[in-house]
Design a protein around this ligand. Sequence first.
Ligand code: ATP
Ligand code: MG
Length: 228
Amino acid sequence: MLEITNLKKSFRQPNGEIVEILDVPQYSVANGEQAVLVGASGGGKTTLLHIIAGITVADQGKVIVAGSDISKFSESGRDRVRSMNIGYVFQTFNLLPAFSALENVELGMAFSGSIFSNSKRNPKRAKQLLDQVGLSHRMHSKPSTMSVGEQQRVAVARALANRPKLLLADEPTANVDPANQQQIVDLIQNCCREENIAMVMVTHSVEVSKQFSRVDELNDINHLMQKA
Ligand SMILES: Nc1ncnc2c1ncn2[C@@H]1O[C@H](COP(=O)(O)OP(=O)(O)OP(=O)(O)O)[C@@H](O)[C@H]1O
Ligand SMILES: [Mg+2]
């Protein structure tokens, strides 16, 4: 599902200095496999997920997602690969403020291949996903009227709405209490297992990571960290 080889990424700092963030010789995730990524703040976890999703482009290397090398595509091509294959839980949620929780989840289904299609909306599945994260009573609430943890749960439901082949989740349980954390983990694990969705999840929570059989340290994947 995901095969990364010889990936490198640097960022130019405001003072002009180029700082290397990632040097990943190899990282792969099989179809339906659930992989957790842990590591220190600022280590490059979000950058790696952004590169896998084609939001950020690597300086060099191959990033094969569902058979396509996303690093070789134009921006619109990357958008298409992402919308057809990837569900993304952003560290900052990125919910659409003008729409209700239910509409946000439904919109996760409506985009496919860069084409907005009302026919792909599936209110039953959207309601089911929100129900599974304990938000049946918040279906019609706008994000601005919801707590941060509630918004996070909407973001998880939205990322799963389109039955992606690969779920990328950036600290999806960072802002919720232990009970809701467990609901999110259960939803992600059950949905991924039942629908054969592969997953890469970043987390700082030991409670969360110990529930997954595969946990990688970014330090072990990223050679820059080993040199440091
Ligand atoms: N667009 C950018 N321009 C310049 N530097 C950036 C940019 N994006 C990220 N960085 C730098 O890259 C490094 C890695 O950032 P990243 O967000 O990937 O870390 P992270 O591992 O996700 O951290 P956290 O656990 O705090 O979320 C940081 O030092 C950050 O300042
Ligand atoms: Mg991050």
